[in-house]
Write a protein that binds this ligand. Structure first.
Ligand code: AHG
Ligand code: MN
Ligand code: MN
Length: 358
């Protein structure tokens, strides 16, 4: 007797088709952050991730036809709180995140690169005591030339009542993050996230409008060939960083990659190993990247994948910000490669100390 395959090949699925919302709930139960699949915290965080995914889909859709529609590309003419010229796409994506969370009952405050103060959604506050911190468009200099950009997000629980409306409870270390991730808008749209039990990636299937699980528990290689840094800043780095770059120039096995969009560079390093650096410069001693919605979420992810993230002298996750938009130097990626950069910095500081003593 011939036993026929229950699902004919033309109808079988390419993969298991785990959706993002299902995965988040499973993760929260696995980590013990939720007692059961139906526990309110599991439902809340899963719903928040669902809204972030919706924001990602809206941004991806706009990016895909930005050159064809009026007023999608170019600058608004305004300067943001960072002193940087705002692109129309920065503004659009910032508004998208706000609008997907309005009346959601999920998130009380949103803090972003594009807003000086957090945005409050008072009607959500009695029930949704979460804060979303985000960089709506990371790498916006790439927007007008159709190269990859990203969004970065970090989720924190509100602590205290925030009666003065200053959100000072956000000024705590990266360990307070409940979850973090990024969306990479490239040839496909990829969402990578962690809620504290590994790093998982999803690809947007445009025909379904769903993010589908592609890789679970991603581990960053302990060493990789890539070093990713803007070498145009060489003239204004301190000697340790100059010595490190001279080292990679003079040794076999290194290759430079720098896209101008942190999310893309980090995604490459997460998958293939290596190190990304944005050290302090003479003009910006704290570097360029913002702690709460750029460096800390990426540090959370990279550590979850077995990598390392540092300011050069301190574990990045331990840094306690003094201000919402604080910047920190960032050295992040494979364990061994980050340690190598740190060793140049430590040597330099040791020599400086010895010179001062002697
Ligand atoms: P943003 O577009 O959010 O301001 O971020 C840009 C960041 C980051 O994505 C990138 O790695 C870095 O700035 C590039 O800066 P430089 O042009 O100074 O290298
Ligand atoms: Mn950015
Ligand atoms: Mn940005």
């Amino acid at each position: 007797m011939v036993v026929s395959d229950p699902i004919p090949a033309e109808y079988s699925l390419d993969r298991d088709c785990t959706t993002l919302s299902r995965h988040v709930v499973q993760q929260l139960v696995k980590t013990g952050k939720a007692a059961s699949l139906l526990a309110p915290e599991a439902q809340d965080i899963s719903a928040i991730m669902g809204r972030i995914a919706l924001a990602g889909k809206l941004v991806a859709r706009r990016l895909s036809k930005a050159g064809l529609v009026e007023n999608a590309l170019g600058f608004t003419g305004d300067v943001n709180v960072q002193g940087e010229s705002v692109k129309r796409m920065d503004l659009y994506a910032n508004e998208v995140f706000i609008s997907v969370f309005k009346q959601s009952g999920l998130v009380c405050r949103l803090a972003s690169e594009e807003m000086e103060d957090p945005y409050y959604i008072p009607e959500n506050c009695p029930i949704g005591r979460y804060t979303l911190l985000y960089d709506p468009i990371d790498g916006s200099s790439n927007v007008d030339i159709n190269l990859n950009v990203g969004s970065i997000f970090s989720l924190r629980q509100q602590e205290g009542e925030d009666l003065d409306g200053k959100a000072t409870d956000l000024l705590q270390s990266g360990h307070k993050q409940l979850g973090a991730g990024y969306i990479l808008y490239g040839p496909s749209t990829i969402l990578v996230y962690s809620v504290g039990d590994g790093v998982h990636s999803f690809i947007l299937d445009p025909s379904l409008g769903e993010f589908i699980l592609t890789e679970e528990s991603i581990q960053i290689p302990p060493h990789g060939p890539v070093y990713s840094v803007n070498e145009g800043n060489f003239w204004q780095w301190e000697d340790s960083i100059r010595d490190y770059t001279r080292y990679v120039h003079r040794h076999e096995g290194y290759t430079a990659r720098y896209s101008g969009a942190l999310v893309g560079d980090i995604h490459r390093i997460l998958m293939q190993g290596g190190v990304f650096l944005y050290p302090g410069t003479r003009q910006k001693p704290e570097g360029k990247l913002r702690l709460l919605y750029e460096s800390a979420p990426l540090a959370f992810l990279i550590e979850q994948a077995g990598g390392r993230a540092s300011t050069g002298t301190q574990r990045l996750m331990d840094v306690i910000p003094q201000a919402l938009h604080q910047r920190t130097p960032l050295i992040i990626g494979s364990q061994e490669d980050v340690e190598l950069v740190e060793s140049f910095i430590q040597d330099h500081h040791r020599r400086q100390g010895a010179e001062q003593d002697g």
